[in-house]
Design a protein around this ligand. Structure first.
Ligand code: GDP
Ligand code: MN
Length: 376
């Protein structure tokens, strides 16, 4: 389960981790009232279950309640990477002296939680790790022993946290690890963890994701469930399709989960990235193909589509006919590559030859074409 920023911060505050004073609003009027109550400069922040809101224009620091209302109006009408903004968090603006990064997540390869500390906070941590590796420290935690004080200090020193801050930072980190453990989290991230002018450390941002397998231990947890799912995933569910939204640019349609997984790999191998997983199942009917395609076509990230069908029981000429009828009725604005193999594949390809769909004989060729077309 994912927690929105304000939900994560409620958990943090209950664990004694300092967070800014604030409240969540669903309308610009509510935002104004909260800003008036807080007084002075405030921050208006989009509440969506993804990071990078600042870069997307979903975070605004303003000086008055009137401005807060205006910014809330703007942010509430935004959609950030597919997520409509339904709520904004209004917080007292912080006087930031320095920004740090603090995260605890699960390192599956090492089968242990890992604590990540950086003195270059506020930025994308992957970017910091690439450009300033000396400013990022990781320590792995034995889950049975727990996080030891010396490990916390080591992480702080290695991350170049100023020496005079290490004592307070250590206490902060220990509380965050406690939250990670108590909530059965798979990620707790605070970026930025800010040093205020007053000398206090505070969680300016908050992200948390918990392990769904431990859900039964947290019946009262307040995170987002279904809501956090991408809107396209929700629509897919309504259509009865097994669809997962991914962050690449090549839309994928295949019959059979194994084939679709392999298609994702093949796209990756050819330098592309899949925009989704979509399995239309065996013996796919025209209706299913149509629903699947319309779903993928409504994804603005999709720049090309690869339809990969292996005909076993499914006859490729039937698939081709289905595709042609479906495509005639639809507005197709991206190139589509079709790869048919198996039962009556040649007949299927012959049918498609007269259409504007690109075909490919081999899987490799199809993946290569789809990646190239996505870039064109
Ligand atoms: P994210 O972009 O989704 O990670 O959202 P953040 O909560 O991290 O906010 C983005 C940036 O906004 C932060 O890195 C800060 O630099 C800035 N910011 C957030 N809150 C405040 C605040 O209270 N005062 C000021 N001056 N800047 C803030
Ligand atoms: Mn952040």
């Amino acid at each position: 389960m994912k927690f929105l920023e304000y939900q994560a911060k409620e958990v943090f505050a209950a664990a004694g981790i300092p967070t800014p004073q604030g409240k969540v609003a669903a309308t610009a009027g509510e935002a104004r009232a909260i800003a008036e109550e807080l007084g002075g400069a405030v921050v208006v922040k989009a509440q969506v279950p993804i990071g990078g809101r600042g870069k997307a224009g979903g975070v605004a620091v303003v000086k008055s309640a009137a401005e807060a209302e205006k910014e809330a109006q703007r942010i509430l009408s935004m959609e950030i990477r597919g997520y409509p903004v339904d709520e904004v968090l209004i917080e007292k603006a912080a006087d930031i002296k320095a920004e740090f990064y603090l995260g605890v997540t699960v390192d599956r390869a090492r089968q242990a939680p890992v604590l990540i500390v950086s003195s270059a906070g506020g930025m994308d941590i992957e970017e910091v790790a690439a450009t300033h590796p000396d400013k990022v420290a990781k320590v792995w935690i034995d889950p049975l022993i727990g996080l030891r004080p010396f490990q916390v200090k080591e992480a702080c020193y290695r991350a170049q946290v100023p020496p005079e801050l290490i004592q307070e930072m250590s206490g902060f980190i220990e509380k965050v690890y406690r939250v990670f453990k108590e909530q059965d989290a798979i990620l707790v991230e605070i970026n930025p963890l800010a040093l205020l002018g007053s000398g206090e450390l505070i969680a300016l941002d908050g992200k948390m994701e918990t392990d769904d397998n431990a859900r039964f231990r947290h019946p009262d947890a307040k995170g987002v469930d279904e809501q956090a799912e991408h809107p396209l995933e929700q629509r897919a569910k309504e259509l009865g399709l097994s669809y997962v939204k991914l962050d690449g640019e090549v839309g994928i349609v295949g019959n059979g989960a194994g084939l679709v997984m392999t298609t994702l790999d093949m796209i990756q191998r050819h330098g592309g990235k899949a925009a989704n997983f979509l399995d239309i199942g065996g013996g796919a009917k025209a209706e299913v193909v149509k629903n699947g395609l319309s779903l993928i076509l409504s994804d603005p990230d999709v720049k090309s589509i690869l339809i990969n069908v292996f005909g076993g029981i499914t006859r490729c000429d039937e698939v081709a006919k289905g595709l042609l009828s479906v495509i005639q009725e639809m507005e197709v604005h991206v190139p589509i590559v079709v790869r048919l193999a198996g039962t009556r594949a040649e007949e299927g390809r012959a049918l498609l030859a007269e259409s504007h769909l690109a075909t490919a004989e081999s899987f490799q060729e199809a993946a290569k074409k789809a990646v190239e077309l996505a870039r064109a």
